[in-house]
Design a protein around this ligand. Structure first.
Ligand code: PLP
Length: 440
């Protein structure tokens, strides 16, 4: 079984030199959690500039759906690069963008025609959804959730409610957004228990919010992640989306599913909202959509995407290379990887649940497919968050050659490429098992 190989102290001598230059020239706003300087990568394996080999359970923040440098994706990028690098879908037509729009429209859940807007990132996909929701409804207010991460451009940031550091000194943001509690059942904001709670978090919107401060007929959209990502890989109960969606319909409010992190096969279905049986009006996509090339897409029913020429666009959005990479990515997801995500996700989840049995510091294990979160606590009784322990575990994992990322205050996320195999899952579980036993 292939294992990580760590042959230098970390960071190694070459990494150290490069980090020094980085610190001089690169924006200090980035949050580098450990000193990994990547040279090359293949599948789930990362080779750093000192020859150390790491097992990647981050997929470049849930982006490299087909694994690093999948030969078929690289092949389609090379082919496209020889033909056309850029022309701008804003002012011209080209085949790759048209083909991808047709493909995304056909796989987006729900009957009826859909249209696609192309940007370069998740934030741009959300930003576009935000503008379209206002444009289409002519309503000024929006509702989003605590814990949500929708991106960092001013509109998307206004919808985000993840960490104050992301907002500090940037106010005033876009007005008219109200944040409400998400269905975070492990820490129910109403101190109730599912299913006895009867999903009161949605009733509260109608019975309190809409009666006291927010006229529902002025609300353009609910912005909601099917499964909260940066907020802690939080899976709501199925009735949450169903009930909130019904409420939205009653008041003519659009349902915007931010599938940037949860979409593109990661959860074992093409879109995470499919697990909940809800068809959103608008969907934002990015991350896994093009296996690492920059691409964001906003998909909406055709009657909703009725805005006029000139009302929104982006020079680079839907670049030919990204569109080709995306078409190949979707082909691979459909033919094998989505099914693999479901199978290997189950193996990962079962392994983590078994580790939880022996370790009091694991409060909760949750997820769908290969979007799996582990919440760390000081003890299971009080559920006091163990944020420092979480950070120490991430550091120890790095030192042992396993790449993990955090999410929320005290959770770990496991989001490997959808190409992950049984041996790689087992290798991750065995390293994690050792670390959790020894890190205090
Ligand atoms: N929406 C969600 C759900 C995300 O997880 C992210 C990024 O983590 C974004 C939007 C923003 O995407 P990007 O960083 O590509 O702008």
């Amino acid at each position: 079984m292939k294992q990580p190989v760590i042959k230098t102290p970390l960071p190694g001598p070459n990494a150290k030199k490069l980090i020094k230059i980085d610190q001089k020239y690169v924006s200090p706003s980035y949050t580098r959690v450990y000193p990994l300087v990547v040279d090359k990568a293949k599948g789930l394996w990362i080779y750093d500039v000192d020859g150390n080999v790491f097992l990647d359970f981050t997929a470049g923040i849930a982006v490299c759906a087909t694994g690093h440098c999948h030969p078929k994706v690289v092949g389609s990028i090379i082919q496209q690069a020889k033909k056309l690098l850029h022309m701008s879908g804003t002012d011209f037509y080209y085949t790759s963008q048209i083909a991808l729009a047709e493909k995304l429209s056909s796989i987006a859940p729900g009957k009826g025609d859909k249209k696609v807007y192309f940007g370069n990132s998740g934030a741009e996909a959300v930003e576009a959804a935000f503008k379209l929701a206002r444009w289409h409804t002519r309503r000024e207010l929006n509702i989003a959730f605590y814990g949500a991460f929708h991106g960092r451009t001013m509109g998307a940031l206004s919808l985000t409610a993840s960490k104050t550091v992301q907002k500090r000194h940037y106010n005033p943001l876009v007005p008219g957004i109200t944040h409400i509690p998400y269905a975070y059942c492990y820490r129910c904001p109403y101190n109730l228990q599912y299913p006895k709670c009867d999903i009161i978090c949605v009733d509260w919107v109608e019975n309190t919010l809409f009666r006291t401060t927010i006229p529902p007929e002025e609300v353009a959209a609910f912005f909601v992640e099917p499964i909260q990502g940066e907020g802690g890989y939080i899976v709501p109960p199925p009735e949450f989306h169903q009930k909130l969606h019904r409420l939205a319909k009653r008041y003519g409010i659009l349902y915007v599913a931010d599938e940037v992190q949860s979409g593109m096969g990661r959860t074992g279905k093409m879109f995470a909202m499919e697990h909940f049986g809800v068809e959103a009006d608008i969907m934002s996509l990015a991350k896994g959509i093009a296996s690492g090339l920059p691409l964001g897409a906003m998909v909406a029913r055709s009657e909703i995407m009725s805005w006029e020429a000139g009302s929104h666009a982006s020079t680079f959005g839907g670049n030919p290379l990204s569109c080709q990479a995306s078409l190949k990515t979707i082909e691979l997801l459909e033919s094998e990887l989505m099914a693999n995500a479901a199978v290997q996700g189950r193996r990962l989840m079962d392994g983590l649940l078994a580790i939880q049995q022996e370790n009091e510091c694991i409060g909760d294990v949750r997820g769908k497919g290969l979007m799996v979160g582990v919440e760390l606590v000081q003890d299971r009784e009080t559920k006091k968050p163990a944020a420092d322990l979480r950070n120490r575990i991430i550091k120890s994992a790095f030192e042992k050659g396993l790449l993990l990322l955090g999410c929320g205050v005290n959770s770990l996320r496991f989001c490997p490429a959808l190409t992950v195999n049984k041996n790689e899952i087992d290798s991750c579980l065995s390293i994690f098992h050792d670390i959790i036993k020894t890190t205090r």
